[in-house]
Design a protein around this ligand. Structure first.
Ligand code: HEM
Length: 530
C-alpha cells in the first residue's frame, strides 16, 4: 500500500527532486572546509547535519536567531544559515560595520550578491538593464535634485489618491492600511515616474506590484534548484515575470513612443510653439539620458519602460511598507503625538505662506522623526549591508574572521535598532525621539550638520534602514520627501480611532513585513487645513 503510494508520479517526482536537492546541498554545495571555523547559529550538539538543521531552525524563527547572536556572540562573527543561503553566510559583529562600508567593490561587492540573490539573469526579462544601471544615476542626480520642483505634483496626487482610497467618511470606517496605502504609493510614485494620467492606471499599478513580487518569489524558487538545472527551471518559474513585464510594456509603450516623437520634434525645432513643454518626470529624464547617449539600445521603448519597471520594483514595496508601519504606529500611539504633528505642520506651513515646498518639509522635524523612528522599530533590514567577498585570496575582517572568496557577509540590523544603549527604551515607539535629539544638539550649539545627522534619510553605522555608505539607497531623499508629504496629508485630513495595541509585524524567514491585513478606523477630519 505504502509502496504503491510512493510509486505514484505525484509523490515520486517531488520526492526524487527533494532527495536530489538535499544531496546537492549537502555534498556539492556545502563544502565544510570552505566555512570558517566559527559558531553556527541554530546548530545543536547532536545534529547530524548541523548547517542544514540550523538553516531549518533559523528560517522558522529568524528573530530568535538574531536575538541569540546579540546575546551570546555580540562581538564575534558567526555562521548564520537560513533557507536561501544555507552554506554561505557569515554575520559579522556590528563593530565590523564601518569596515564593511569602507571596502572597495573589488573586495566586498553588493551588486554581485544582489544579482545572485535575486537571480537577475532569469527573473528580469532584460538583465542588461541591471548590468548597466543608468537609472541609478538618474535617481541620485535628477530625481534627488528635482524633489523641490516635484512637491506640487506629489501633493496633488496624494490628495487625489486618498480621496480615491480612503474617501471622506463622516463616521469611523475600517480601512485596510497596507492595501490602501500601497495603491496610494503607486499613484504618487508613478506621478513622478510616468506623469498623469498613467499614474492612475489601475492595471499598470497592479502589474508593477505583481512584478515586484515575482522577482523575490522567482529567485527563492530558483535558488533551490541546482545551478546547472536553473536555465531549464527558469523557463517555468519565471513565466509570471515575463507575463507581467510584457503586459506592463504593452501598456506604456504608446506613451513612450509619443514622448520620443515629441522629444525629437522639440530637438528639431526648439521654437515650435505648438509643442507643449517637456514633462518633468522620470520617463522624460530617461529619454533625455538615452537620446544623449546616442546608444539605440538605450532609447528602445522597451528599454525605457523596463527601467521604469525596475525603479518601481525598488521603490513601491519599500515605500508602501514604510508608510504602512508609520500609520500603524501612530494609530496605536497617543492622540497627543498626532496633535503635536498637526501643530508642527500648521505652524511651519504658516511660516511658508501656506505653501508646501522643500524648505517647509525640511523644517518639519517631528514629521521626519516619526518616519525615522517608525523605520527604526520596523525596518525590513533585519540583516544589513549584504555583500559578497570578491577578493580572490579572501580577506580577514577586523573581528578576526577569515572570509574566503565567494562568501556572503552581513551585519546586524534588527538587533542594532533594538539596542537600548543606542536607543533608550528601544521597544517604545517615541515618534519625536530624533527631533528631540536634533533640538538638543542645536541647543548645545552643535553644527546644523550634526543635527541633520538625525534626519530620516541620513544613514550611519547605527541606522541602516536605507543601507549605509556609497551603496546606500539612492532613492532615500525622494522617498523621505514623498512619504513625509503623504503622512502629513493623512494626519491633517483624517482622524484615527486610536488602537489599544499595534498589530504585530510578520516574519517570513529573514524578511520582516507589516501585517498586510491589518485595519484601522479612520474618518475625514472636520476643518482640515491641508
Ligand atoms: C522608504 C523607502 C525605501 C527604503 C526603506 C529603501 C531601502 C533600501 C535599502 C535598505 C537598500 C539596500 C542598500 C544596501 O544594501 O546597502 C536600497 C537600495 C536601493 N533603493 Fe531603496 N529604499 C526605499 C525607497 C526607494 C525609492 C523610492 C527608490 C527609487 C526611486 C529606491 C531605489 C533603490 C535602488 C535603485 C537601490 C539599489 C542600489 C544599488 O544597487 O546600488 N529606493 N533601498
Amino acid at each position: 500500500m505504502v509502496t504503491t503510494l510512493f510509486l505514484r508520479p505525484t509523490v515520486l517526482v517531488p520526492a526524487t527532486l527533494l532527495v536530489v536537492y538535499l544531496a546537492y546541498r549537502l555534498f556539492v554545495k556545502l563544502k565544510p572546509s570552505k566555512l570558517p571555523n566559527i559558531p553556527i547559529i541554530g546548530a545543536k550538539k547532536d545534529d547530524w547535519f548541523p548547517v542544514l538543521q540550523a538553516a531549518w531552525r533559523n528560517t522558522l524563527d529568524f528573530k530568535a536567531a538574531l536575538l541569540l547572536v546579540d546575546k551570546e556572540h555580540k562581538n564575534e562573527a558567526v555562521l548564520l544559515p537560513f533557507a536561501s543561503n544555507i552554506s554561505n553566510m557569515v554575520l559579522l559583529p556590528r563593530s565590523d560595520t564601518q569596515w564593511v562600508i569602507d571596502q572597495p567593490d573589488s573586495v566586498l561587492n553588493l551588486h554581485t550578491k544582489v544579482e545572485d540573490d535575486l537571480q537577475i539573469d532569469y527573473t528580469v526579462t532584460d538583465p542588461h538593464l541591471i548590468h548597466n544601471p543608468t537609472h541609478h544615476k538618474l535617481i541620485t542626480t535628477t530625481l534627488t535634485n528635482q524633489v523641490g520642483n516635484l512637491v506640487p505634483d506629489l501633493i496633488d496626487e496624494a490628495e487625489w489618491a486618498f480621496g480615491e482610497h480612503w474617501g471622506s467618511p463622516q463616521e469611523y470606517t475600517d480601512v485596510c492600511v497596507y492595501e490602501t496605502l500601497r495603491c496610494a504609493i503607486g499613484n504618487v510614485t508613478n506621478r513622478v515616474f510616468l506623469g498623469k494620467p498613467m499614474c492612475r492606471n489601475k492595471d499598470l499599478l497592479a502589474l508593477a506590484m505583481a512584478f515586484a513580487q515575482d522577482i523575490p518569489v522567482g529567485s527563492q524558487l530558483l535558488l533551490m534548484v541546482p545551478k546547472p538545472l536553473r536555465p531549464l527551471a527558469a523557463l517555468l518559474i519565471t513565466i509570471p515575470n515575463k507575463l507581467h513585464t510584457w503586459r506592463y510594456l504593452n501598456l506604456i509603450r504608446p506613451l513612450i513612443k509619443k514622448r520620443l516623437a515629441e522629444y525629437d520634434a522639440r530637438q528639431r525645432d526648439p521654437e515650435d510653439k505648438s509643442l507643449s513643454p517637456p514633462p518633468n518626470d522620470f520617463l522624460q529624464w530617461s529619454i533625455d539620458q538615452a537620446r544623449t547617449s546616442g546608444d539605440p539600445y538605450m532609447y528602445k521603448p522597451d528599454t525605457l519602460g523596463g527601467r521604469v519597471l525596475l525603479v518601481s520594483f525598488a521603490s513601491l514595496h519599500t515605500s508602501s511598507f514604510a508608510l504602512t508601519h508609520a500609520v500603524l504606529d501612530l494609530a496605536s500611539s497617543k492622540q497627543e503625538y498626532i496633535s503635536e504633528l498637526r501643530e508642527e505642520i500648521e505652524s511651519v506651513l504658516a511660516e511658508h505662506g501656506g505653501q508646501w515646498n522643500k524648505r517647509a518639509l525640511s523644517k518639519m522635524e517631528k514629521l521626519d522623526s516619526t518616519l525615522r523612528e517608525s523605520q527604526r522599530m520596523n525596518s525590513f533590514v533585519t540583516l544589513g549591508l549584504g555583500r559578497r567577498v570578491m577578493a580572490k585570496d579572501g580577506i580577514t575582517a577586523p573581528s578576526g574572521v577569515r572570509l574566503p572568496y565567494g562568501m556572503d557577509i552581513s551585519v546586524p540590523g534588527y538587533t542594532v535598532f533594538k539596542d537600548n544603549v543606542l536607543y533608550p527604551d528601544a521597544d517604545q515607539f517615541q515618534p519625536f525621539r530624533f527631533s528631540q535629539q536634533r533640538r538638543d544638539l542645536m541647543e548645545r550649539s552643535e553644527s546644523y550638520l550634526k543635527s541633520a545627522g538625525k534626519a530620516w534619510a541620513t544613514t550611519s553605522n547605527e541606522y541602516i534602514a536605507f543601507g549605509h555608505g556609497r551603496n546606500a539607497c539612492p532613492g532615500r531623499f525622494f522617498a523621505s520627501s514623498e512619504l513625509k508629504l503623504m503622512l502629513a496629508h493623512i494626519v491633517m485630513n483624517y482622524d484615527f480611532e486610536m488602537q489599544e495595541t499595534r498589530p504585530k509585524n510578520l516574519w517570513f524567514g529573514i524578511n520582516r513585513v507589516p501585517p498586510m491585513k491589518a485595519t484601522i478606523r479612520v474618518k475625514k477630519r472636520v476643518a482640515a487645513s491641508s
